[in-house]
Design a protein around this ligand. Structure first.
Ligand code: TYD
Length: 139
């Protein structure tokens, strides 16, 4: 498929940190640290041991996924290539463009996964069937 939309477009984003003996502060500005306006924020927590989240791709949605507490893995798949990314630092997120199948797994106990998204929730934007996703990306 076109490299414009493949796994190579999934980027680790290193965010600024304001260090302070009283604690660190990290911030994210739309269209400065991430290439989209933020229309929605959601988060995952209380994820039980062994759980797998995701298992879908989006037609148009772009996201930044951040491990603001603990750690987890994201398995990325663009229909032809698969790659595992470990997220374990609150200042390093993963930018996902459209048309990337993802699975989130290996959550540490008490992990928090914060997601910034480019659009409001819309079930019609999801591919939840892997075969349909692969057909859509021409894999
Ligand atoms: P889903 O995106 O499948 O979760 P995950 O990828 O983390 O496993 O969403 C799970 C359910 O929550 C599904 O019924 C849709 C609903 N949901 C919303 O209503 N609003 C949202 O912003 C999100 C992300 C999900």
């Amino acid at each position: 498929m076109a490299t414009l939309l493949g796994i190579d477009q999934c980027k680790l984003v290193e965010l600024p940190v304001i260090h302070n003996p009283q604690g660190n502060l990290t911030f994210i500005e739309a269209e400065r640290h991430i290439p989209f306006q933020i229309a929605r924020v959601y988060y995952l927590y209380d994820v039980p041991e062994g759980a797998v989240r995701g298992g879908h791709a989006h037609r148009e949605l772009e996201q930044l996924i951040l491990p603001i507490g603990g750690s987890f893995d994201i398995v990325l798949d663009d229909g032809s290539e698969r790659k595992r990314v470990v997220l374990d630092q609150p200042r390093v997120g993963l930018y996902l463009p459209r048309l990337i199948w993802r699975e989130l797994e290996n959550f540490s106990a008490g992990a928090f996964c914060l997601v910034l998204a480019s659009a409001p929730y819309d079930e019609s934007d999801y591919y939840r069937d892997y075969a349909e996703f692969r057909a859509a990306v021409g894999a």
